[in-house]
Design a protein around this ligand. Structure first.
Ligand code: ING
Length: 309
């Protein structure tokens, strides 16, 4: 039994006017609650430090870059890293990364129990659009503000387990889980900021979006015999609702913990990493069952190629 007590630290809304210091204080409060409940690892959402700024068009580069971190730990997050190290708790959280070369990514980091960063991931699947779209009820300009991730989907050894990360829209793409599954991943950590309504179809309500999020995460967990921890930033951000629905999912695809609110909320579950062994050595023993000679389209094509009439 390789048990890891994992905390999913859902964040409620972060307003445009909220400071990173205010947010870090909220994250530390959740971290301390998690430590008190025996957590060894705490997972925070996508873009944990600020409001979901891609919902607006910013014309000036300086306005955009104000939402990005130039170093990690940054001044605002140093107290979070310090407290995590004092408590001996590993953390994972998302933030907007501005590299010294001037490249911009929707990124996340993972630390070990000493607060050392052991992994970085950069969001590969960027949803939304790059130009202002007047047809939309609100913007989703991730393709404008971020480059697609350039690190692939790595898996790291951390705390005696094989861990990987993805971010938000990645959870809807089975390829993301499988690339990590093919590295033996046992625990996938992801954060998300998902609008409660569809900016292009007001008929698509919260219930459907919560279902699609959970469906994607449960399928990814089951089909790769891995634990998946999916953590929302939720609630009304300056009049723009984000959905909750944070979950911890076991390697059989069952939800073992689910958030009940759209506020700062902590889920805790003791995740046995050895619970991934049965799936990985029977139904999803990739080496025995996969037939990659028939999967060529998955890497050869980007879009669908429809057979002629
Ligand atoms: N947000 C959303 C997500 O993938 C989205 C965008 C919502 C795409 C619903 C498709 C359907 O959860 C981010 N930040 O990727």
């Amino acid at each position: 039994m390789r048990e890891l007590v994992v905390g999913a630290a859902q964040l409620g809304p972060i307003q445009k006017a909220d400071s990173r210091a205010d947010v870090a204080a909220r994250m530390i409060a959740l971290l301390e609650k998690a430590a008190a409940r025996g957590c060894g690892l705490v997972v925070f959402p996508e873009l944990s430090l600020t409001t979901f700024f891609p919902r607006w068009l910013f014309e000036e580069r300086a306005e955009v870059d104000a939402w990005f971190e130039r170093e990690m730990p940054s001044a605002a997050t140093r107290p979070l890293f310090d407290r995590a190290r004092e408590l001996g708790v590993a953390i994972s959280f998302g933030y907007a990364e501005l590299t010294p070369e001037g490249r911009r990514f929707n990124a996340s980091i993972l630390t070990d129990r000493t607060g050392a960063i052991v992994g970085k991931y950069r969001k590969v699947h960027l949803p939304g659009h790059s130009e202002f779209d007047p047809e939309r009820a609100f913007q989703h300009l991730e393709k404008r503000y971020f480059e697609p991730g350039d690190l692939g989907f790595p898996v790291w050894r951390n705390m005696g387990a094989l861990m990987g990360m993805m971010i938000c829209n990645d959870r809807r793409w089975p390829e993301a889980y499988r690339v990590m599954g093919l590295q033996g991943v046992e625990l996938i950590l992801l954060g998300y900021n998902t609008p409660s309504v569809n900016s292009q179809n007001s008929a698509e309500g919260l219930e459907k979006r919560l279902y699609h999020s959970e469906l994607s995460v449960c399928a990814g967990a089951y089909q790769n015999a891995a634990w998946v921890v999916a953590v929302a930033k939720a609630g009304d951000e300056d009049g723009h609702p984000l959905m909750g629905g944070s979950v911890i999912v076991d390697p059989d695809g069952f939800v073992v913990a689910r958030a009940q609110t759209e506020e700062d909320e902590l889920l805790v579950h003791a995740c046995d990493m050895d619970a991934t062994r049965f799936g990985k050595t029977t139904i999803f023993d990739f080496a025995r069952h996969r037939r990659p000679e028939h999967y060529g389209r998955i890497c050869a094509q980007t879009g669908a190629e429809i057979p002629e009439e």
